[in-house]
Write a protein of this length. Sequence first.
Length: 157
Amino acid sequence: MGLVQLVAILGAVSGAIVGAILAYDGEQSWLALPLWALGCALVISLIAAPILWQRVVLDERAGQLRYHNIATAHRWRKVDLVDVLEVRYDNFADKRKAMVSGLYLHMRNGSRPARHRLMDNEVGSYQGPSPMFRDVSAAVLRAQPRSLVDPILLAGQ
């Protein structure tokens, strides 16, 4: 299930609960229950949208990966594929710290190391890395064959 759908469902359920409580107390009509569910789903989705929204553009001809997400405050970041030293898959099921998996790109940025994290958009996916993660790791290997890539990212290729 996608993260966006999960947030909308949680919002609708919480709205239905609030609407049912208000209708049970007699403050609202039972006919307002669907409006509460839709309204809460919309509000919670709007609040969560900046966290969930991520855009990734892989341009192999230019040798770059461009992305923006909540970690970059939705400003575009550019990663040169030849500068990536390591690509690591962070599976949500290994650590139970998050509901979604991530892809870490470790690179050298001048004299200090840098790390970029891309999020998967599937909640609790036990099917392994997403096709986007596999495409990014394959592009990194084509641009920089000496990069260390997590073996699980190469398993399906």
